[in-house]
Design a protein around this ligand. Structure first.
Ligand SMILES: [Zn+2]
Length: 469
């Protein structure tokens, strides 16, 4: 009986009320507010897509080149970003100083297959891994042992002594979520040199973590462990990894020579770049929008993560362009050093801990600029998730179609003192084609996908600021 009544009410609602009012019931907003939020959400999307202002700013950032922590380029970019935020008229702009690691790739970087009989050399496409030590000037020359996992390496440890270990397990292409697939294969890159050194190997070659079948090598962070010998490590292009694997089958005795002159220098002074628009009603309640400003030292650091930083800047600029006066303070934070230390995120987290201001919410964009699909909320509160989910009618205008429990981002996760941490999630199918590689350039970013991302973050920021949690 009860369910019959419920069905009758639902039929009545659909037949006799306009769609806006039905959704009102779902989001607990009166119809005037609902219509106002609809209007503003549409304006945000239209302005982002039509004016492409963030995309234009991204082009200028990418012209500076890559922004590895501690590099001269990173400091040029930091000053550029500070100036840009001032030019856009944010209420306050400042730099937050922090010490960061400083690693340099150097000039020489080669891995060649040696044909002992003919003396011919075949050069492979490689990039040193971030943090790797170099080799002696003459390089290291050794036989190669190919393995697919640390377990296989342990089982074959007697064969590993004095060799270069080739970790060749690719990203599992059958997985739908590319971040999970990347995460499953990344142990080889991050810990490969430690595991190889433990069994007496002298160098490491890792198949690039990519979703594309090309020959562009993808770098990234690797680690050493105290008391374990440090050995040099490179990433190799996917096609060259296939090639090396194939010729090793024909000739397990072949030798390669690895020559690298990368090195770690003393830590350098660097900065997070911060700009904000003050809230008119609750100025001490802060909503952070951010990305990481450092990148690897190849390509332009466009998708990773120039786009996240410029989307954060564009969120504030969209408020200004549309004359939206936020109730709460909206703060763009460009975190330095996410790639190889997270010192910027840690420093901001420390500041948030002691600040008298209330960190209300923090949104991070660090999954590239592709078509928006969702937001992950880092919380156990189903109430909070339901609340943000009730805003989907507005977020839909930017193509956001889900809100789920999940991880936020490396940098905002360092802020302990915040009510809700949020991760922006665009379509992830092509991100790892570009990630940490020379292919991550401005031209790889599509303006519509990028701008819809800015709009998605701006709509969510607007609702957080207006409605609270
Ligand atoms: Zn990133």
């Amino acid at each position: 009986m009860r369910s019959c009544t419920a069905v009758a009410i639902i039929i009545f609602l659909f037949l006799f009320l306009p769609p806006a009012q039905i959704l009102n019931a779902q989001s607990n907003l009166d119809s005037t507010t609902f219509q106002n939020y609809e209007k503003i959400s549409k304006q945000i999307v239209t302005s982002a897509l039509k004016e492409r202002k963030g995309y234009d700013i991204l082009k200028n950032l990418c012209r500076i080149g890559p922004r590895l922590s501690g590099s001269r380029n990173s400091l040029i970019a930091i000053n550029w970003a500070k100036f840009k935020m001032k030019e856009l008229g944010f209420d306050s702009v400042w730099l937050q100083s922090v010490m960061v690691p400083h690693w340099e790739r150097g000039e020489v970087e080669e891995v060649v297959i040696l044909d002992v009989k003919t003396k011919a050399e075949k050069k492979l496409n490689v990039l040193s891994l971030g943090g790797s030590i170099g080799t002696p000037v003459e390089g290291i020359t050794a036989n190669v042992l190919e393995v697919k996992s640390f377990e296989e390496l342990k089982n074959r440890k007697d064969e590993a002594i004095g060799k270069i270990i080739f970790f060749s397990r690719p990203i599992d292409q059958s997985m739908k979520n590319t971040f999970s697939a990347y995460g499953e294969a990344a142990d080889q890159r991050v810990y490969g040199a430690i595991e190889a050194a433990k069994v007496g190997a002298i160098g490491v070659i890792v198949r690039s973590l990519t979703t594309k079948f090309d020959n562009i090598p993808h770098t990234g962070m690797m680690k050493y462990e105290e008391k374990v010998k440090q050995i040099p490590a490179v990433a190799i292009g996917y096609l060259d990894a296939d090639y090396l694997s194939q010729i090793l089958e024909d000739d397990p005795e072949l030798k390669v020579r690895m020559k690298l002159d990368c090195k770690t220098l003393p830590d350098e002074q660097s900065f997070n770049v911060i700009g904000e628009i003050r809230g008119i009603k609750f100025p001490d309640e802060i909503i952070v929008v951010g990305g990481h400003f450092d990148s690897w030292d190849v390509g332009d650091g466009a998708h990773d993560d120039g786009v996240g930083c410029i989307q954060a800047i564009e969120v504030l600029d969209l408020f200004k362009r549309l004359s939206i006066k936020p109730k709460r303070t909206i703060r763009a934070v460009l975190f330095i050093n996410e790639e190889n230390g997270s010192k910027g995120g840690l420093e901001y987290g420390k500041f948030a801990d002691i600040s008298k201001q209330i960190h209300y919410a923090a949104i991070e964009s660090d999954r590239g600029a592709f078509t928006p699909i969702g937001f992950y909320l880092d919380t156990d509160s189903t109430e909070l998730i339901d609340r943000v989910r009730s805003w989907l009618p507005f977020l839909n205008y930017s193509r956001i179609n889900w809100i789920k429990k999940g991880g936020s981002g490396v940098d905002v996760s360092k802020i302990k003192n915040v009510k809700l941490k949020i991760g922006y999630y665009p379509d992830d199918q092509r991100y790892f084609d570009f990630h940490h590689s020379p292919a991550d350039v401005f031209e790889a970013v599509h303006p519509r996908e990028f701008e819809l991302g800015s709009a998605a973050m701006a709509i969510l920021t607007f609702l957080l600021s207006e409605e609270g949690l």
